[in-house]
Design a protein around this ligand. Structure first.
Ligand SMILES: [Zn+2]
Length: 117
């Protein structure tokens, strides 16, 4: 895998992965519970259908813990996506074998909200 030059994973004593926006620390019981729920619901990586072992914030905002923003990935795909987001590059999700877009934020994958009122 090609790495973004200069990218270095920060030490993680706070469980916030170097990002102060993270509202649920990675080392907390709340995150472990949420992570287990997402991986139980989505056992395969959204990008490549290999067994998933990472729960990712699709929109790159670690404070957005809505279920629709949490996606299961495997580690190579998570690293690829995160490095591209941090470099300001678009993330290319592709589509599955049925032609369905893998991007969790694609309009086809986001439930339409009924208009207020
Ligand atoms: Zn993958």
């Amino acid at each position: 895998m090609r790495l973004i030059p200069g990218y270095k994973r920060k030490a993680n004593p706070s469980g916030r992965d170097g990002d102060p926006r993270r509202t649920i620390p990675l080392n907390s019981a709340a995150w472990r519970k949420l992570r287990a729920r997402v991986l139980a619901e989505e056992p395969l990586c959204r990008m490549c259908d290999q067994p998933a072992n990472v729960v990712d914030h699709a929109n790159g905002d670690p404070s957005d813990n809505r279920r629709e923003n949490l996606v299961a990935l495997d580690e190579p795909c998570h690293n690829h996506k995160t490095q591209r987001q941090r470099a300001g590059l678009p993330v290319i999700w592709g589509c599955d074998a049925d032609g369905w877009p893998r991007d969790p934020l694609h309009g086809w994958n986001v439930a339409k909200k009924s208009p207020a009122g």
